[in-house]
Design a protein around this ligand. Structure first.
Ligand SMILES: Cc1cc2nc3c(=O)[nH]c(=O)nc-3n(C[C@H](O)[C@H](O)[C@H](O)COP(=O)(O)O)c2cc1C
Length: 354
């Protein structure tokens, strides 16, 4: 998918296999490693709070940093306030995203207790208002009716937006029209696709990504791909693309599911963790895993020098997964607190002694 100037057009000729959004995982360093090692057809950011970025939460803008090689890149928003979604969609369009995705699937208690994420399945009128706000913002920004200076952002927020534009090498004289999409689940306590999916289809998002589980299931059990196929059938003739998601382990499996369930695209999430080769169907050698892990750690310390090092350990443990001495390595990796300590365990990684 080389022409990213219109993600919408490319969806008519490609069935993309995408990197699914993962909060606390798919940040800029993770996505750069992913883009370099095996590039997804579309990359999603981790979700970011619409209320947060539109009300001066400048730290949250780190989650919206992206590089040109990740394109097409879709920024994901969560929240429950249509006005904040309007402002956030102006911001994401200004930042040069190829798409804006609305999270209506997150099962985390902190998110649903507030009425956001998958809780929106229970408040369809609000879900509709949110989609309409995002669509309106994209139309208003691209027609020149509303600019980044018209949405009441303070100077500090405007300055951080400039920082992001520079980082991403985005020149706002070439605005693109982002796609508007929704990522959701089959239902809340039980599947309710018959009532929920028509609500979304009536708003004509460019695509809907459907994770084949309910909110109640969170990540338990298996994704129900037959119900994903039901959603595909419901969308027939609507012009809305349906992307399937849940438990895919490889590009070839995603391709097989695209063919079998007639989806218009697929999202791979957890299988990418510690395994950036997933979009190339490559089984990495220990040396390749070690090199990718070091590259990931280097990028993280370069891009976010102010961040603590220990949250990176979760990634290191995932890179070590599947190695013959994984459990021994794990006990070392959980104590690593800087890059040189990580480099000091190369031999444990690449020529493991059981
Ligand atoms: C750690 C973690 C964080 C996630 N964060 C998000 C998120 O920010 N936005 C979202 O829409 N889905 C999020 N998800 C859900 C995934 O995008 C995906 O829908 C789910 O993991 C099922 O796909 P998989 O079986 O390929 O992992 C997250 C999942 C995990 C495991």
């Amino acid at each position: 998918m080389s022409d990213y100037s219109s993600l919408k057009d490319s969806l008519n000729s490609h069935k993309p296999i995408c990197l699914s959004p993962m909060d606390g995982i798919t940040d800029e360093p993770f996505r750069l490693v992913q883009a370099k090692i095996s590039k997804p057809d579309i990359t999603f950011t981790e979700f970011v709070s619409a209320e947060g970025i539109s009300h001066g939460g400048v730290k949250l803008y780190d989650q919206l940093l992206f590089s040109q090689i990740e394109r097409p890149i879709v920024g994901q928003l969560f929240g429950k306030d249509p006005d904040s979604f309007y402002k956030s969609a102006i911001i994401l369009t200004h930042l040069g995203f190829d798409g804006i995705d609305i999270n209506m699937g997150c099962p985390a208690k902190t998110v649903i207790d507030n009425g956001s994420g998958a809780a929106l399945i229970n408040t369809p009128d609000l879900a509709v208002q949110i989609i309409q706000s995002v669509k309106q913002a994209v139309a208003d920004y691209t027609s020149g009716k509303t600019s980044i200076n018209d949405i009441g952002l303070n100077q500090k927020t405007l300055a951080i937006i400039d920082r992001n534009l520079k980082y991403s090498s985005v020149n706002d004289s070439t605005p693109r029209q982002p796609t508007v999409s929704v990522k959701t689940r089959l239902g809340v306590s039980s599947p309710s696709v018959d009532t929920w999916i028509p609500v979304l289809l009536n708003q004509h998002p460019d695509f809907i990504s459907i994770h084949g589980r309910t909110l109640k299931q969170a990540y338990s059990g298996q994704a129900d791909w037959n119900l994903i196929k039901t959603v595909v059938d419901m969308a027939q003739g609507s012009g809305v693309k349906i992307f399937g998601n849940g438990d895919l382990q490889s590009r070839s499996q995603a391709q097989e599911y695209i063919d079998k369930y007639h989806i218009d695209g697929a999202l791979i999430g957890r299988a990418c963790m510690g395994n950036p080769w997933v979009f190339a169907d490559h089984k990495a050698t220990p040396q390749e895993k070690y090199d990718a892990m070091i590259y990931h750690a280097q990028l993280s310390t370069e891009i976010f020098p102010q961040r603590r090092f220990d949250p990176l350990r979760k990634h290191f443990l995932l890179y070590a997964g599947g190695l013959p001495n994984a459990s021994k390595l794990r006990s070392k990796l959980v104590r690593i607190s800087n890059l040189s300590e990580l480099q000091s365990i190369e031999s444990d990684f690449v020529s493991p002694q059981e």
